[in-house]
Write a protein that binds this ligand. Structure first.
Ligand code: FES
Length: 162
């Protein structure tokens, strides 16, 4: 069975075409594959490396170095907590602790029910709303240790309704 269909290959070619040096397309290409497949399996990384005509190890290095790539399945809801300066001084460490306690997982882990994965990330461009948290595509600003449990509960309810 093919890893990617014709339409997906076309999208990958379009991504690569935006770069003068095709190897430079590795990060957006990994993003696309992760979006398409949910996470990056070994066969996906090999495919991307071959697609860009770069050594396989390069794709593995990039995928394992950056926190936004996942080589294992992640939860239905990906919680990304910013750890940069504005967020850190406005309570991000306490918010992370509250999330960890609520979900009973460590950073980088997924809850046993497969609902949530929590990671720390670099600035997500919402410094004026620090501390900022993204859950999938949705941004939450000025998150507090009090407000986070309500936010998590709303996702639990959402998952039940789905
Ligand atoms: S420092 Fe956290 S969003 Fe910019």
């Amino acid at each position: 069975m093919k890893l990617f269909d014709h339409e997906q290959i076309k999208k990958m070619e379009d991504i690569v075409a935006r770069y003068e040096v095709q190897a430079s397309a590795i990060m957006p290409l990994l993003h696309f594959v992760q979006e398409t497949k949910g996470h990056l399996e070994e066969e996906h990384l090999v495919f991307v490396a071959d697609f860009l005509d770069i050594p396989h190890v390069r794709a593995f290095e990039v995928a394992t170095y950056y926190t936004m790539y996942f080589t294992k399945p992640i939860g239905k809801y990906l919680i990304q907590v910013c750890r940069n300066l504005s967020c850190s001084i406005n309570g991000a460490p306490e918010v992370i602790e509250a999330i960890r306690e609520n979900l009973k997982v460590e950073l980088g882990e997924t809850t046993a029910d497969g609902l949530f994965t929590i990671v720390e990330v670099e600035c997500i461009g919402a410094c004026d709303l620090a501390p900022a948290v993204m859950i999938n595509e949705k941004l939450f600003g000025k998150v507090s240790t009090d407000s986070i449990s309500g936010i998590l509960d709303s996702y639990r309810e959402k998952a039940q309704d789905a």
